[in-house]
Design a protein around this ligand. Structure first.
Ligand code: SF4
Ligand code: SF4
Length: 384
């Protein structure tokens, strides 16, 4: 029969949604209040009611649905849901599972979402950095003329972080880690784009110029135009914007430093008031301000909007540690506290590695999938 849709429910999928934090999904009785109160949903095929239904029925195709990414988890729907089904949080769980679906290897995404793997995830970059120190002779304490291998040797004299980890050695670890993350994210988002454009009953036709629409989408994301229409957690958009600008500034600083090192052969440390330093300070301040307020805002709204899952908090704390250790390492260096500056720098490198290397598996991956979903919505004339 024409137009017939064969539904294949997957009970294991429903159990996984519930176990990952969407345990309220079964409470939904399809009243549609959530779609009515959501300021972000398009008039055509609105979310999140239909995604709640798909998740309840075990239709795992929902993980390839662009609409789960159009939600910014503002929790307006959660507040108004008469059944306490927490649609905002359920969509968050579906996004986590979608990241896992498109990540390579998916096992790493599972590990990021499971607290029992946290020690391993921290140990991996630490051991990598310690191995680097060992092969560079940076492990050990000098007793007279003898080198006793008992731990990290704190370099003497003026604090220069490159004495502990030469820039080349840092690049040796971080450049491949960065390109690994870019490759995994690129592969994932391409597969996602193919899935949302594949023939299926819910497919929406896209048309128009891809590049022009992508630029318009990025502009919208850069200023959080849609995100700012959220009500319950309205401050989240502003704090998230600080975070985004912090990342952009620090990305510029990193690229600038890379050019200085490899093209201009001008090595750090830089003059305190040099433009690159000032931009780094502005980036760190913006990052810390944004993440600190996001933490406070989540705690303050926990009762009405949900506290968030371990998966959410994993990324929040990694970003916080990146900012805090970066700031502290710099302050300890200005105070000439070698014993604190070098270990803090070691922790900073560990956190930065975790942020980039695990990016395709953490919530940070949302920036590529959400961009693709918003681009798709714009190109299919859904009011974006
Ligand atoms: S999630 Fe809540 S508001 Fe939305 S349809 Fe279900 S019961 Fe209604
Ligand atoms: S959390 Fe906010 S953006 Fe997401 S579906 Fe609910 S109301 Fe809409």
């Amino acid at each position: 029969m024409a137009g017939e849709i064969l539904i294949k429910p997957d009970l294991q999928f429903v159990k996984r949604v519930m176990a990952a934090g969407g345990d309220t999904v079964k409470k939904c009785y399809q009243c549609d209040t959530c779609s009515v109160v959501c300021n972000l949903t398009p008039d055509e095929k609105p979310f999140p009611r239909k995604e709640m239904l798909q998740a309840q029925w075990g239709l795992k195709e929902v993980l390839s649905a662009p609409d789960i990414w159009l939600c910014h988890q503002c929790s307006d729907c959660t507040v108004y849901c008469p059944r306490g089904a927490n649609p905002g949080e359920v969509l968050g769980v579906l996004r986590q599972m979608a990241i896992e679906k498109y990540a390579t290897p998916p096992l790493l995404a599972k590990a990021v979402g499971d607290p029992k793997f946290l020690p391993l995830l921290i140990a991996f970059p630490m051991l990598l950095l310690l191995f680097l120190l060992k092969i560079m002779g940076g492990m050990g304490i000098k007793v007279g003329e003898n080198l006793v291998h008992q731990g990290i040797a704190i370099p003497e004299g003026k604090i220069i972080f490159a004495k502990l980890f030469p820039t080349l050695a840092v690049d040796f670890i971080f450049v491949p880690a960065f390109f690994f993350a870019v490759a995994v994210l690129g592969k994932g988002v391409l597969a996602f784009w193919q899935d949302i454009n594949a023939p299926h009953p819910w497919r929406v036709k896209v048309e128009g110029n891809l590049v022009c629409n992508l630029i318009a989408t990025l502009k919208d994301i850069l200023f959080h135009n849609r995100f700012r229409t959220c009500e319950t957690t309205y401050t989240r958009a502003t704090n998230h914007l600080f975070l985004v600008f912090g990342f952009i500034f620090l990305l510029i600083v990193t690229t600038w430093g890379f050019i200085n090192e490899w093209v201009l052969h001008h090595d750090p440390p830089y003059f305190l008031l040099s433009p690159i330093k000032l931009l780094a300070m502005a980036g760190t301040a913006s990052l810390l301000y944004g993440i600190w307020n996001l933490i406070k805002e989540r705690q303050a709204n926990a009762e009405k909007a949900g506290y968030g899952s371990y998966y959410d908090w994993f990324l929040i704390y990694v970003i916080f540690v990146v900012g805090a250790t970066g700031l502290l390492a710099w302050l300890f260096r200005l105070m000439h506290l070698q014993i604190l500056a070098y270990p803090t720098y070691f922790l900073h490198l560990t956190a930065v590695f975790m942020l980039f290397f695990y990016a395709p598996y953490t919530k940070l991956a949302h920036f590529v999938y959400r961009t693709a979903a918003m681009l798709h919505a714009r190109m299919s004339g859904r009011g974006f």
